[in-house]
Design a protein around this ligand. Structure first.
Ligand code: DON
Length: 582
């Protein structure tokens, strides 16, 4: 039925804009007939896993199972999240990490909200010109590959701080599953095998000593992979907590790796790193309360800005993936990403105008020049190759039997981060330094530009787009949501929320729905290949939009609380993502 409605809307909007000609009409009439026929055959909509007591949705079936085991042993959502974060390091090394960082949004069953920033920070020796050569040009690849690309890892301290405040089971019991997975090995999925295969050259090129555990002529689905060095690191983290990573043998191995590879992370950098509890970003959208991550992530503010911008419009009447609704959402995205580039950075170093950006009237003002008939042009820049890098971050959503909820997005930045394994410690280091604005106006690997707010300074955190989010309705938990996807994270979370709140979709349906993305610069709509009806595309092109087709956008893992109190998972089939519940 949906397809039929979309075509009908297109049909009328073409008449409205006087673009109809006989040939087109014939084409459309045929399509309408085809749509009517295909309507009858349409597959029933997919519903995600339904659970009564607890749910874990993550990027990997083994990690989801590890989280579920913790919930079933009586652990709460934070206990499960800690175990999942560590398990993903082993089974999903392209993004799961102890060598990277992330953000956690937590809402307790009685409505208390806490947000934790365990984002990486720039090493003490870092400076704003560190990626710029003598000719004043950015040195290609220096912020994305190899030892100089890494910020000081934040994930382990993040898990320790989350545990200290909210953990209920023993720390050892949360890390131990990952010790076992690393020592005894696990079976590779097809996607993981492909990921390892396509990075063999990188692993050899960017490592000072060969990372034996991941090297192989060809990995295949079903192969057993073991990580003995990582198992030893996990044992140190299990037995010594924070000190097992930021001091002692692990710290020695990280610093030795840095010295061999001419990186800048020192023992002092590791010793001084602290994850931080931050003020959550909270705002309203229609009847819902949105709780998300504040700076140094841009995600929460940008998400609120996007939702604020939608508030005056009858978006549910405009309907899913019509040219009218896409145009409206894209125009909001364009304006919000322009703000992001200028105003957002680490709040400990830059005065981020949070109140202004999150203000409803400000966003209405920003949309006041929105033209329903025409695209607004973004000023063009030489954006270079954007969004071509393989993208890997990972998100997981957890709700426990009490109704406590955790939304964590965590990353090494690019797939397998800097590609550098800490030799002897068996884990990958991030390439998060590329999330700084390495030169004003120079696009990072996601095509995002920035300026002073996000310039490099020692110990400063690089700006993120990660948007772990929790939605409340009538004072009760309603949705837990988030995704990887670099610059597309914010728009994917935005669209998933709109899909449920305005387009009436279920959780799995909202996650499955195709996505699109605009980030101000470059000035085009990225859309998942074939993701928008071709007539809608034609209509949007007539308004002045340009399209760029690409592979999948995001991997949203989310949980929706249904009216009867059960929960529906949305696990993104774009990845190996799986929901486990009970
Ligand atoms: O923090 C950020 O916004 C980026 N480092 C996230 C990277 C990412 O999502 C890559 N993958 N999908």
């Amino acid at each position: 039925m949906i397809k039929f409605q979309i075509l009908l809307v297109n049909y009328w909007s073409f008449i409205y804009f006087g673009m109809l000609n006989l040939k087109l009409m014939k084409f459309k009439t045929i399509l309408l007939v085809l749509a009517l026929v295909s309507c009858q055959k349409e597959e029933p909509l997919k519903t995600g896993l339904i659970a009564n007591n607890g749910m874990v949705v993550s990027a990997h079936p083994i990690a989801s199972q590890v989280g579920l085991d913790i919930l079933q042993k009586g652990g709460n959502a934070v206990d499960a999240a800690i175990a999942v974060q560590f398990a993903l390091t082993v089974v999903h090394p392209s993004a799961g990490n102890i060598g990277g960082g992330g953000f956690m949004v937590y809402r307790s069953s009685d409505g208390e909200v806490h947000t934790l920033d365990f984002r990486e920070a720039a090493p003490g020796k870092a400076n704003r010109n560190m990626y710029i050569g003598e000719n004043g040009m950015v040195i290609d690849g220096l912020s994305t590959r190899g030892h100089l690309a890494s910020g000081i890892p934040g994930a382990v301290d993040g898990m320790v701080k989350a545990f200290e405040k909210f953990g209920t089971l023993s720390w050892e019991s949360l890390v131990d599953p990952s010790v076992k997975l690393a020592a005894e090995g696990h079976i590779l999925t097809k996607k993981e095998a492909n990921g390892l295969n396509s990075n063999q050259e990188n692993f050899l090129k960017f490592n000072t000593l060969p990372p034996e555990a991941v090297l192989k002529d060809e990995w295949k689905e079903g192969d057993l992979i073991k990580h003995p060095d990582l198992a030893s690191t996990m044992i140190r983290i299990r037995d010594e907590g924070r000190e097992g990573f930021y001091a002692g043998e692990t710290a020695d191995l990280i610093v030795a790796e840095m010295e061999r590879g001419k990186g800048w992370i020192t023992k002092e950098d590791l010793a001084s790193y602290q994850a931080k509890w931050r003020e959550p970003i909270i705002g309203d959208y229609r009847d819902y309360k949105i709780i998300s991550m504040g700076p140094p992530s841009s995600g929460g503010i940008a998400l609120l800005q996007l939702l604020n911008s939608m508030e005056p419009y009858p978006i549910s009447d405009l309907q899913f993936h019509t040219s009218e609704s896409i145009h409206l959402m894209v125009e909001a995205e364009r304006r919000v990403y322009a703000d992001r580039a200028t105003h957002l950075g680490d709040p400990d170093f830059y005065n981020v105008p949070i109140n202004m950006l999150a203000d409803v009237d400000y966003n209405l003002y920003r949309m006041s020049d929105f033209d329903p008939a025409n695209a607004t042009s973004s000023e063009t820049i030489s954006a270079g190759e954007s969004m071509m890098e393989s993208e890997e971050t990972t998100h997981f959503s957890i709700v426990d039997s009490q109704g406590n909820a955790v939304s964590i997005t965590t990353t090494l930045n690019g797939g397998y981060g800097s590609k550098v394994f800490v030799s002897g410690a068996g884990f990958l280091l991030n390439n998060e330094m590329d999330d700084f604005s390495i030169k004003p106006g120079f696009p990072n690997m996601f095509g995002l530009v920035g300026g002073e707010a996000n310039s490099i300074q020692p110990q400063k955190r690089m700006l993120s787009s990660m948007t772990p989010t929790i939605v409340e309705k009538d004072g009760k938990l309603f949705m837990v949501v988030g995704t990887p996807g670099g610059s597309t994270i914010i728009t994917s979370v935005f669209q998933t929320i709109i899909n449920v709140l305005d387009f009436g979709m279920g959780m799995q349906e909202a996650v499955d729905a195709k996505r699109f993305h605009h980030q101000w610069k470059p000035d085009n709509i990225f859309m998942e290949r074939g993701g928008i009806d071709s007539l809608v595309v034609i209509d949007l092109e007539a308004k002045g939009h340009e399209f760029y087709q690409r592979g999948s956008i995001g991997r949203v893992d989310a949980i929706l609380i249904l009216p009867d109190g059960t929960m529906e998972a949305g696990a993104d089939a774009r990845g190996d993502d799986v929901a486990s519940g009970y």
